[in-house]
Design a protein around this ligand. Structure first.
Ligand code: SF4
Length: 315
């Protein structure tokens, strides 16, 4: 998946985007180099999540069979060179913390030892946070002097939706993972949510957002539901059981939800764009930069900003 969220040049930031956060934290934007430990997600043995097909979000530069050294070199050459000075190592494939802690830490140390690496993002499932991992990871991060964010896939706080998606974890698994990670202040917490799941209305989505934002989290990755070719969700879509957002409806939803997200939470993503040859729906055919521009123009026109509903500073 691509589409880094950016504030159009000249526009005042109405959301705390990832690039905005990087400017504040590092003084300039950072790239993300996708990395893969090579271990399949444990949920695949149980059928996998019904929307998930790794090819839809794997960059062409990434070959899971390559060593980490090669993945880093290719990522630097193809994704970073000429665009960014430095980067975060992003273990976004599968569920990287499914690796036993003693096997995972040396891989993370290898990435952290790169002088141009400013830190890590570890994408994973809530039920893959081993009790010993946060403290061990915290020690490693402390030693490196760099940053680390664990991005927990949740998708929805509603059990019926977790069941529908075949997540095979509960909301309680998620809160336990948050509790374990939050005990280590060196490690930040991000949460991945999908908006527009079948059977969820706006109130359900807002409830998920508010529930998650009440926890000690630092970042959110939101996106609209996408139907990817060959997934079980695709089968349901062909049976007309999966409504998807029009661009206008999704923009409207975002303008309603963003005011409920605290300003302190960084938005790494608020939409998504799977590989076009695998994306079945919705097909908006709009570039990410255009989406950013439209959203910011709408927010500016309506005087909306992130966190607005929490400050009482209503438009
Ligand atoms: S937990 Fe993540 S990687 Fe695993 S099947 Fe679900 S979406 Fe895919």
């Amino acid at each position: 998946m691509s589409s880094t969220l950016q504030v159009p040049s000249g526009a005042s930031p109405r959301i705390q985007s990832f690039s905005q956060y990087c400017r504040q934290r590092y003084g300039h934007p950072l790239g993300k180099i996708p990395l893969d430990t090579g271990l399949p997600c444990p949920n695949r043995a149980q059928g996998g999540c019904i929307f998930c097909r790794p090819a839809s979000f794997t960059p062409t530069s990434l070959r899971p069979s390559d060593s980490l050294t090669t993945q880093l070199l290719r990522g630097k050459r193809l994704l970073i060179k000429g665009r960014f000075h430095d980067y975060l190592g992003y273990f976004q494939q599968e569920s990287c913390t499914a690796l036993p802690t003693d096997q995972l830490l040396p891989l993370l140390e290898q990435v952290l030892s790169q002088p141009d690496c400013r830190g890590l993002i570890l994408s994973t499932r809530p039920d893959c946070i081993a009790p010993d991992l946060p403290a061990e990871l915290s020690r490693l991060i402390d030693k490196s002097g760099k940053d680390c964010l664990i991005e927990l896939g949740l998708q929805s706080a509603h059990e019926r939706s977790l069941h529908f998606l075949n997540r095979n974890h509960s909301f309680a698994d998620f809160t336990l993972a948050v509790e374990r990670i939050a005990a280590q202040p060196q490690v930040q917490i991000g949460v991945h949510l999908i908006l527009g799941l079948p059977g969820e209305n706006r109130a359900d989505m807002l409830q998920t957002l508010q529930t998650v934002c009440a926890l000690p989290i630092h970042a959110l990755k939101l996106h609209h539901l996408q139907v990817i070719r060959g997934t079980h969700l695709h089968t349901l879509y062909k049976r007309s059981e999966v409504p998807v957002f029009s661009l206008e409806a999704y923009m409207e939803l975002l303008t309603a939800l963003l005011p409920h997200i605290p300003e302190s939470i960084t938005l790494h993503r608020i939409w998504s764009s799977a590989h076009p040859d695998l994306l079945i729906a919705p097909k908006w055919n709009v570039l990410a930069a255009e989406l950013s521009k439209t959203l910011h123009a709408t927010m500016q026109y309506r005087n909306i900003f992130q966190g607005q509903a929490l400050t009482g500073n209503q438009a």
